[in-house]
Each structure stands twice: as structure tokens, then as C-alpha cells.
Design a protein around this ligand. Structure first.
Ligand code: NAP
Length: 244
């Protein structure tokens, strides 16, 4: 069945792969991005070339006014959002003793407040139609913590608490709410890691390598499908066995 999917931060990395996966499954897709219009239009063209309806919409998902505009544009052009992938995220790493309030707030607003704002906007029409899927990209850092990422880990742990709570609120209404917690995935976000850190990280991953964006996207695709109707409130770890 064709549904309307919105992927926040769909211009690059995991979000791009999720947008392509949802389009390959026949869904109409809205790609949201923050500022990289060129990357967003490349994803858009890739999807349109397959004959699937899609749009790209710029909006800062941490900003309530912009989220309102984003959802109106998607609703006007494609229809109400039925599948929401809360993927947009940033890092502002540093040891907690050196972390300033701006770096804390930026990460909380982009990674956690956005999940609340977008989920709330998506839920009203989902409740009316008695069907919906919300999938938020957390991180293994939100499950286990990570030195140098206290702000990021707190935001990603927040995503998990939010997911479980909303899953309980919405379970009887045909709406499932899940989180995916990736480990190290090859994207722009992990590009900056030094060779030493990459090697040490790879050594701790059972599969022995970083993951690919599409290896996270395939889990998103499943959770967004009708087949996953009985899976809710879960955190699916996709980390190549790093947490073992
Ligand atoms: P990425 O390659 O850095 O891409 C980030 C995406 O988020 C871009 O599309 C960017 O848009 C968008 N974005 C950033 N701030 C935004 C805002 N305020 N409003 C709207 N969009 C915004 O990141 P990634 O590695 O694919 O990560 C995607 C998600 O997975 C994030 O939530 C991240 O925390 C999580 N994650 C990643 C890893 C990993 O190893 N890569 C591991 C665990 C979890 P522009 O292109 O316009 O800048």
C-alpha cells in the first residue's frame, strides 16, 4: 500500500538511505533537510527517476514554526504524513567539563526537541486515520553512553524514553512508535573520526567494520511496513554486534 513518508534529514547518510528504501517500497516520500539543498535535490532526483512521487522541503526541525510549515507543505503536496522517520541529528562533541551551554542546547534542540515537535505534528492525522508509524533514529550512545558525547548520548537516551512513552499512549490506535539505535555507520557524521579511533572502533565490532546507511535503512523499512504492526516501543540495535 502506498503511504506518505517524511524523513527528517533525508538529504544525506542514514536519512538519505531511509528515503530511498521507503520509496523503493512504493511510498511517496518527503525529504527534509536543513541547508544542503544540493544533496536533497540529488536524493529527490534519484527517487523521481524511479517513478515514485517525492518532494524536498527545507526546514529546521528543532524550530516549532518551521516544523509547522514543513508538515503543511507535505500535507498539501503529498497528503498527511503516515510514516515519520525522525532522523535529523547533529553532534557537538567534547568532554563534559569543557562542554558549553550552546553545545548542549544545540544537540538537545536538533536531536530531541525535533522528535517531540515532528511526532506531535504527525500524530493528529495518524490518530484520525487509525494508522501510523514513527521511527526515530537513536544511537548506541543513548543506550550505553559515550565519553566525549554526554550531550549527544543524553539526547539519544531521551529519544528512547520518548519512544517508549508514546508507544504506550498510541498502542491501541494502530500507531507504532519505535527507535533504531545504530552503532558506527559510514556517513559524513563519522567521516571526521581519526584513523586511530576508526581502527579501535572496528576492533570492537563483531562484524569487523562500520555499517552502511542502507543496513540501517532496511530496518527502518521493515518497521514502517504493515508487517511490523505488532512491534512497538522497541529499540532495534543495528551495530554489527558492537554491544555484545
Ligand atoms: P549526517 O550524514 O551528518 O546527516 C545529517 C542529516 O541531518 C542531514 O540530512 C542534515 O541536513 C540533517 N539535519 C541536521 N540538522 C538538521 C535540522 N536542524 N533540521 C533538519 N535537518 C537537519 O548524519 P548521519 O550519520 O546520517 O546520522 C543520521 C542520524 O543517525 C542522526 O540522528 C545520528 O545521530 C544518527 N546516528 C548516526 C550514527 C553514525 O554512525 N553515522 C550512529 C548512530 C546514530 P543537511 O544535509 O541539510 O545538512
Amino acid at each position: 500500500m502506498t503511504r506518505v513518508a517524511l524523513v527528517t534529514g533525508g538529504s544525506r547518510g542514514i536519512g538519505r538511505a531511509a528515503a530511498l528504501e521507503l520509496a523503493a517500497r512504493g511510498n511517496r516520500v518527503a525529504i527534509n533537510y536543513a541547508g544542503n539543498a544540493e544533496a536533497a535535490s540529488r536524493v529527490l532526483d534519484e527517487i523521481l527517476a524511479t517513478g515514485v512521487e517525492a518532494i524536498a522541503v527545507q526546514a529546521d526541525v528543532g524550530d516549532p514554526g518551521e516544523v509547522g510549515r514543513l508538515f503543511s507543505e507535505v500535507s498539501d503536496q503529498l497528503g498527511p504524513v503516515e510514516i515519520l522517520v525522525n532522523n535529523a541529528g547533529v553532534t557537538r562533541d567534547g568532554l563534559v567539563l569543557r562542554m558549553d551551554v550552546a553545545d548542549w542546547d544545540q544537540v538537545m534542540v536538533t536531536n530531541l526537541r525535533s522528535v517531540f515537535l515532528c511526532s506531535k505534528a504527525a500524530l493528529r492525522p495518524m490518530v484520525r486515520s487509525k494508522w501510523g508509524r514513527i521511527i526515530s533514529i537513536s544511537s548506541v550512545a543513548g543506550v550505553a553512553g559515550n565519553a566525549g558525547q554526554a550531550n549527544y548520548a543524553a539526547s539519544k537516551a531521551g529519544v528512547i524514553g520518548f519512544t517508549k512513552s508514546v508507544a504506550k499512549e498510541m498502542g491501541s490506535r494502530g500507531i507504532t512508535v519505535n527507535a533504531v539505535a545504530p552503532g558506527f555507520i559510514d556517513t559524513d557524521m563519522t567521516n571526521d573520526l581519526s584513523d586511530d579511533i576508526r581502527e579501535a572502533a572496528s576492533a570492537s565490532i563483531s562484524v569487523g567494520r562500520f555499517g552502511l546507511p542502507r543496513e540501517v535503512a532496511s530496518v527502518v523499512g521493515y518497521l514502517a511496513s504493515d508487517d511490523a504492526a505488532y512491534v512497538t516501543g522497541q529499540v532495534v540495535v543495528v551495530d554489527g554486534g558492537m554491544a555484545l
